[in-house]
Design a protein around this ligand. Structure first.
Ligand SMILES: Nc1ncnc2c1ncn2[C@@H]1O[C@H](COP(=O)(O)OP(=O)(O)OP(=O)(O)O)[C@@H](O)[C@H]1O
Ligand SMILES: [Mg+2]
Length: 271
């Protein structure tokens, strides 16, 4: 396989809904557009469907028995909801990083190499080194590549997981609260790495930290639970989202105020 630069792809949903088998409507009627190469932050209270939305983008929603997704979701021209979608190919294009570092119980080297081998890449050693350099880990681990990944610190493990994802040159990177288990220094290192991906991948960043969304994102989308389902309240360019929110609910959220019932009514259609 030829090396190619990281690039982004537009990610778009239209009237997208996801319901779990027990009837929980994680989100409903979500229409979003995430432009190629931008960083978009998804914010909103716990349970408003942020992680569930990410699971549609790499189709890990398929792994939840009885989970039903309806509406439309596209990555460029690709129909993400197509029944016959090539899932391994999709998951090469769409990388993911979770809240808690989740390295494979293998060596540092194998964590990156295995993903590369699985996806048919050549020049494994060279690609491993490049990915570890990209996340600033190479100098810290070059002398102990065969040590278990679990011997690394939490921040190092998270960077290793990012290296594993970046080694596959994904077009989209899904980050689900990637800094929340890290100390402020390690979180800062990871933030700088995320910022460096701008223009090279489409980054979807779920975060509870509004300051982080403001520092990193080109656009911010706020979700809220209304009528028993997560709803998209507003998607705006970052400065506008914080300085001139379009909806009363957003204004309350960015001000750290509990929105009133009137704020909610004025911001979201009646369920
Ligand atoms: N596997 C599942 N089965 C049933 N309900 C689920 C499942 N996973 C999530 N839910 C429910 O779907 C809703 C949305 O959950 P989700 O995890 O997407 O929210 P979130 O915005 O990521 O929350 P948080 O900020 O706490 O991570 C919640 O009501 C949650 O309880
Ligand atoms: Mg979540």
């Amino acid at each position: 396989m030829n090396a190619r630069p990281l690039r982004g792809a537009d990610l778009a949903t239209e009237d997208l809904s996801l319901r779990y088998r027990d009837g929980t409507q994680a989100f409903a009627g979500v229409s979003l557009r995430l432009r190629a190469g931008t960083i978009v932050a998804l914010v909103g209270p716990s349970g408003c469907g942020k992680s569930s939305l990410l699971s549609v983008f790499n189709r890990t929603s398929d792994l939840v028995p009885g989970c039903r997704v309806s509406g439309r979701a596209r990555l460029g021209e690709l129909d993400l909801l197509a029944r016959d979608l090539d899932l391994p190919a999709l998951r090469r294009r769409v990388g993911v990083l979770f809240q808690r570092p989740a390295p494979f119980p293998l060596s540092i080297r194998a964590n990156v190499a295995l993903a590369l081998r699985e996806h048919g890449f050549d020049e494994i050693e060279g690609r491993c080194e490049r990915a570890l350099r990209q996340v600033g880990l190479w100098d810290e681990v070059a002398g102990r590549l065969d040590a278990p990944a679990t011997s690394l610190s939490g921040g190092q493990q998270q960077r290793l997981c990012l290296a594993r994802a970046l080694a596959l040159e994904p077009e989209v990177l899904l980050l689900d609260e990637p800094c929340s288990a890290l100390d402020p220094y390690a979180a800062g290192v990871l933030e700088d790495l995320v910022a460096s991906l701008r223009g090279r991948a489409t980054v979807v960043l779920v975060t509870h930290e509004l300051a982080q969304a403001r520092r990193l994102a080109d656009e911010v989308a706020l979700f809220w639970v209304h009528g028993g389902a997560g709803r998209l309240v507003e998607q705006s360019e970052t400065e506008r989202f914080f300085a001139a929110p379009q909806r009363p609910l957003t204004a309350a959220y960015v001000a750290g105020r509990r929105p009133s019932a009137a704020d909610v009514e004025a911001s979201l259609p009646a369920p």
